[in-house]
Design a protein around this ligand. Structure first.
Ligand SMILES: [Zn+2]
Length: 629
């Protein structure tokens, strides 16, 4: 069926569902959404459940727009008369092409109202479809740039979304029914995550990351299964860490034109980390794989999805993201293939214990036949101490080092570990468990923190309530001091005892290298590892006991400072949690693939899961393809 005929059929169906008197003038696909144009936005808005009924009956995500739009000036005053002042509206932007009005507010909940009542009231008055975003409580240049950029390319984006919408809803041609997964990286190793899910109709790439500690460690992107990249329907990104997203912009350089699905915080964090990654590579005098232009292209092609939204991404594939508990916006990606044919989920990196920031990863799926599970801590000895114990140990180390007049340098991923450590230290100081000392933040940490406070709905309940109900934002505590210039950094390095949290987390570049150079010769100082150190990184070498290291090519530094590793801060599930997670996953999968772990760990986890649960398990190799059905 031609797409025009399908749209006409949908329009007739919609006219059959909506009450008499409401006219539907046009329907159009835009990305995964079905847009309904009506001349009666008021009537639509008055029927609170109508959109829900349409979404259920048509099994589509529905957006309603109108051609009867009030002029923006009148609309602004009407919005302000409907929304109470305590919403703290900071910006209102009208997009005449989509009929949407973007309202940026300090308290989006007030603009939305109970069950969306205030939003419907706005639509009734002005015709424009309101969309609400939160004003970042800590200013974030990334969020500002992403929002401004998306506004500036709205025409291109609309054309893109329409083309993608038509592509998603094309006819299913093949009579065959199969699904398979090809491993393009991240098997029996940590890093360069990339998996190709293919069916007779569609191809979807899950993640496309770098391998930390290796030069240009790309996934196997040149194999015939994935070429040409124009045939790829979509990329699905589980979370913003570079070992999952660093090479997504590269795909656009080599001809990919499709969308990247991810959660809204993942879009912002990944763009920030990709730009930072280019900076780090440039400083190391290595060849940069792509430029900031390709990062922009990626942002322009991203389609943000919140947890729980079932979304068509190809004619025979539906995607739903679920909380993964690993970092802000991290998701377990669940794929429903065919009409009930097969279901496969990729955990991405996940944490099955509650952390200071996030709830544990989801275990409930509507259906599930195959599970791809990360195995970073999958070895039988990889049992991590409880978070509380880890925090107490960190407090002890800080007390000792500060007491002897030293500095504590904590290398941490800008996203995830840094915020967990910040919250632990803020509480430590508040409760008098560690001395009142400045905690310097260097690198992208403050920016990443600002993005965290922009998306509190992705944080766990306690932290969200603390920030928004009690007005106590621990990230804003006065102990945290941003290092914003090389001069200031020099002063910190030569100054009084303090704590520094800085990037990169595995000492493969970034400001941490300056702190290491400055602090390494003095045995009073300490370098404290709180995160995973991949094979081949400086971090791993130091952990292994290397005491002389070449930094920046030639210069050798002698390591005299104390080296401490504190386990238990990880954003990953440890061995016990990985085993428990599988026991709690509902429904129970038929097959499990252990990935994203060193060789012995993926094999160990696969055999232990088989022994305990009698589920078929595999520890695949890179470049292998498994038939799911
Ligand atoms: Zn990760």
């Amino acid at each position: 069926m031609l797409i025009e005929e399908r749209l006409k059929e949908l329009k007739d169906k919609i006219n059959g569902i909506v009450p008499k008197g409401i006219t539907v003038s046009q329907v159009e696909f835009e990305g995964p959404e079905l847009v309904i144009y009506t001349d009666d936005p008021k009537a639509f808005a008055e029927q609170a459940d109508l959109i829900k009924v349409l979404a259920r009956d048509l099994r589509k995500r529905i957006v309603v727009r109108t051609n009867n739009l009030k002029d923006p000036e009148t609309a602004v005053s009407e919005i302000k008369s409907v929304v109470t002042e305590n919403a703290g509206i900071t910006d209102i932007f009208f997009d005449a092409d989509t009929g949407e009005v973007l309202i940026e507010a300090e308290k989006p909940g007030v603009v939305i109202g109970k069950n969306g009542a205030t939003l419907r009231e706005i639509t009734k008055h002005i015709g424009w479809t309101p969309k609400v975003v939160r004003t970042p409580p800590i200013e974030s240049s990334t969020i500002k740039q992403v929002r401004q950029y998306l506004r500036s390319v709205k025409d291109e984006r609309k054309t893109f979304l329409r083309a993608i919408g038509r592509r998603i809803h094309r006819d299913i041609i093949s009579k065959d029914q199969w699904a398979r997964v090809t491993m393009l990286g991240c098997c029996r190793e940590v890093g360069r995550a990339a998996f190709l899910l293919s069916t007779p109709e569609s191809k979807v790439l899950i993640d496309c990351g770098e391998k930390p500690g290796s030069n240009n460690g790309t996934p196997y992107l040149y194999v015939s299964e994935i070429y040409p990249l124009t045939q790829l329907d979509a990329v699905v990104l589980t979370h913003a860490h570079l070992d999952h997203c660093a090479y997504i912009p590269l795909l656009y350089k080599y001809g990919f034109e499709g969308p990247v699905y991810c959660t809204p915080p993942t879009r912002d964090l990944s763009a920030m980390l990709q730009l930072d990654y280019l900076e780090v590579v440039r400083k190391e005098n290595e060849k940069i794989p792509y430029t900031s232009n390709e990062v922009k292209t990626y942002v322009r092609h991203s389609i943000p999805l919140n947890y729980g939204n079932v979304t068509d991404i190809a004619p025979d594939i539906k995607l739903t993201f679920h909380n993964a508990g690993h970092i802000l916006g991290s998701a377990v990606a669940h794929f429903h293939i065919g009409d009930g044919l097969y279901n496969v989920a990729f955990t991405g990196d996940f944490n099955y214990s509650k952390s200071r920031l996030f709830s544990p990863a989801t275990t409930q799926f509507p259906r599930l036949e195959a599970l791809f599970i990360e195995s970073t801590y999958g070895g039988s000895n990889d049992v991590q101490p409880a978070r509380r114990e880890a925090e107490e140990r960190l407090y002890q180390v800080i007390k000792t080092v500060i007491g002897r007049g030293g500095k504590v340098v904590i290398p941490a991923f800008a996203v995830g570990r840094s915020q967990e450590v910040m919250l632990a230290l803020e509480e430590g100081i508040r409760l008098g468990k560690i001395p009142k000392t400045p905690i310097y933040l260097d690198g992208m940490i403050r920016e990443a923190t600002a993005i965290h406070t922009t998306y509190p709905e992705y944080l766990n309940n306690e932290l969200r309530n603390q920030i928004f109900r009690e007005g106590m934002n621990p990230f804003l505590a006065e102990c945290f001091v941003q290092v914003d210039s090389p001069d200031f950094r020099e002063k910190v390095i030569s100054g009084d005892p303090c704590v520094v949290i800085t990037t990169s987390g595995m000492l493969n570049g970034g400001p941490v290298m300056e702190y290491l150079k400055g602090c390494a010769p003095d045995a009073k100082n300490a370098l404290v590892f709180v995160g995973y150190q991949a094979e081949g990184t400086f971090g791993r070498r130091i952990q292994k006991g290397w005491r002389e290291l070449p930094i920046g090519g030639r210069e050798m530094i002698r390591i005299e400072l104390e080296i401490v590793t504190i386990d238990g801060f990880s954003g990953h599930s440890d061995r016990r949690e990985l085993m428990n997670y599988v026991g709690h996953v509902q429904p129970r999968p038929e097959k499990i693939f252990t990935i994203h772990g060193d060789e012995n760990k993926t094999i160990d986890l696969a055999s232990s899961l088989y022994k305990r649960y009698h589920i078929e398990t595999h520890s695949p190799l890179n470049l292998e393809t498994y038939r799911m059905i």
